[in-house]
Design a binder for this molecule. Structure first.
Ligand code: HBI
Ligand code: FE
Length: 256
């Protein structure tokens, strides 16, 4: 693993799993997590999609960094997913293999206080708050399972770059049309103090209807608010639109 990543990869298993070592979090870390949770909690009633809001209500995750094994027990009984603790970003193949087996990798470490508003690598707050609640939604959960299998296939087709754009514009920065207006379901939005309101309220960014091929052709920026969001009608809509075999789409994009 590239050594410019923050996590400690030295004790990771071959699939990059580590112990969460929950008892080693400090009181300061739990307090910082709680502050992050409180800030986002003020925003999500207005900006998060209903599925996320429904799921978080059933999780007791506001007061301290959650214990992954407890969440996993709950998750397994609802949608057959579990959390696997990881040191941070892991290689594509390991990442896709976990998803293809209904295991979501969650980073164990928490950002530093000076990174309250912005962090480059995903930490436990982003991974947990942004991604895990939606794993309780049956359709989202099934979609992410398919994405994992699709990732392994994209590796064989040397098409991960195109597939990664789908992940970016849906799982990380996706918007959903709801009766109350556009709402966020992407984890990068749900866990962001600034972009969560921006993605819904600001007139500047483009909000385009979900278009698989356009997404796969659209480069993304990682260090600023997005200029373009793609809007799904529902997780069923996302599931339907991503059901076809991507092989001919990859070929078309590559040859244009
Ligand atoms: N590893 N822990 C972690 N989390 C991610 O979201 C992640 C990753 N490795 C690879 C990866 N994402 C992406 O390259 C793929 O979704 C394309
Ligand atoms: Fe993420």
């Amino acid at each position: 693993m590239k050594s410019d990543l923050r996590g400690d990869y030295s004790s990771a298993a071959p699939d990059f799993a580590v112990e969460q070592a929950w008892a080693k979090y400090t009181p300061e870390e739990h307090a910082l997590y709680r502050r992050l949770f409180e800030r986002q909690s003020k925003l999500v009633p207005r900006y998060a999609c209903p599925e996320w809001i429904e799921a978080i209500a059933g999780l007791d995750a506001a007061h301290e960094i959650p214990r992954f094994d407890e969440i996993s027990k709950n998750l397994r009984s609802k949608t057959g997913w579990e959390i696997v603790a990881v040191p941070g970003l892991i290689p594509d193949e390991a990442f896709f293999t976990h998803l293809a087996n209904r295991r979501f990798p969650v980073t164990v470490w928490l950002r530093r206080p000076e990174e309250f508003d912005y962090i480059v690598e995903p930490d436990v707050f982003h991974d947990f708050f942004g991604h895990v609640p939606l794993l309780f939604d049956r359709t989202y959960a099934d979609h992410l399972h398919e994405y994992g299998k699709g990732g392994l296939k994209a590796m064989r087709l040397a098409a991960v770059k195109m597939l990664a754009r789908l992940y970016w514009y849906t799982i990380e920065f996706g918007l959903m049309k709801t009766p109350a207006g556009v709402r966020a379901y992407g984890a990068g939005l749900l866990s962001s103090g600034g972009e969560l309101a921006y993605c819904v309220d600001d007139p500047k960014p483009r909000r385009l209807p979900f278009d698989l091929e356009r997404i796969m052709r659209t480069e993304y920026i990682i260090d600023r608010y997005q200029e373009t969001y793609f809007v799904i009608d529902s997780f069923e809509h996302l599931m339907r639109e991503t059901a076809p075999d991507f092989t001919p789409i990859y070929a078309r994009i590559r040859h244009s």
